[in-house]
Design a protein around this ligand. Structure first.
Ligand SMILES: Nc1ncnc2c1ncn2[C@@H]1O[C@H](COP(=O)(O)OP(=O)(O)OP(=O)(O)O)[C@@H](O)[C@H]1O
Ligand SMILES: [Mg+2]
Length: 246
């Protein structure tokens, strides 16, 4: 069980008036790439927020890095790119350097000065997302797609073991999407565990080795295989092969 990263068991979640997740179970091992597929409102972001402890769940069990989620404290092991992270107003008083470097605080503690090594890390991640040289720009003065790339850099700088990305490439142009997906696949090959939602089903099927497919109302079907075709995924998605849990 050493390389088990995440275990979600019989998870249920309701907002006050909406039942969203119903009996969702899956397990991820180190180096897995989970793609989450589902229509708008299916519960994809909700699931990610539960794993991040932004939302409390009603029923079920979650183990993260072998610990009960409520006891998990090693936040530095986790990277997160939220859906539509790129909505800063243009006066927001932070530079790209500050936004990206802020994610090193969890390791350094507040008010530590950045070392030369930190600055090298910053350069490297900005280069990875195609934003080299933007260190001193105000985040709010960048375009939506540029901001999104900065948020990906922010998640990567702390070298997380588990990276959760909620539609990370929305608003990013096609060439940059390819560049960013290549980086994520490379990190995955090097052993980083990834969870990603994306409305581009063929792309997710291509890059992932496990899939969680929400047919409707958060009935998640977990598919732990990497040989599904896009057509088969669409069949599952359309409810043609739904597993009914006992
Ligand atoms: N804070 C909230 N309070 C009440 N209901 C919510 C809240 N956030 C989301 N919901 C509802 O929960 C359901 C799941 O929302 P969620 O954001 O998880 O969907 P999603 O799969 O991420 O959709 P999208 O593809 O649009 O991002 C939706 O029906 C939504 O209306
Ligand atoms: Mg969402």
């Amino acid at each position: 069980m050493d390389n088990e990263i995440l275990n979600v068991k019989n998870l249920y979640f309701d907002y006050t008036d909406t039942s969203v997740l119903r009996d969702v179970s899956f397990t991820l091992k180190k180096g897995d790439f989970l793609g989450i597929i589902g229509a708008n409102g299916a519960g994809k972001s909700t699931l990610i927020k539960i794993i991040l402890k932004i939302l409390p769940f009603n029923r079920g069990e979650i183990n993260l890095f072998g610990e009960d989620l409520s006891k998990f404290k090693d936040n530095f092991k986790i990277g997160y790119v939220s859906q539509k992270a790129n909505s800063f107003n243009s006066d927001f008083p932070a530079t790209v350097r500050e936004v990206v470097m802020a994610n090193l605080y969890s390791r350094k503690g507040l008010f530590k000065r950045y070392t030369k090594e930190d600055n090298e890390k910053l350069k490297k991640v900005l280069d990875k997302v195609g934003m080299a040289g933007f260190e001193n720009k105000l985040i709010g003065k960048l375009s939506g797609g540029q901001q999104q790339r900065i948020f990906i850099a922010r998640a990567l700088i702390s070298e997380p073991e588990l990276l959760l990305m909620d539609e990370p490439t929305v608003g990013v142009d096609a060439k940059s999407v390819k560049q960013i997906m290549d980086i994520i696949c490379e990190l995955n090959k090097q052993g980083m565990t990834i969870i990603m939602t994306n409305h581009d089903t063929p792309e997710l099927v291509r890059v992932s080795n496990k899939l969680l497919i929400f047919c409707e109302h958060g009935n998640g079907e977990f598919v732990s295989r990497n040989d599904l075709t896009v057509a088969e995924v669409n069949d599952i998605f359309a409810g043609k092969r739904v597993h009914h849990h006992a």
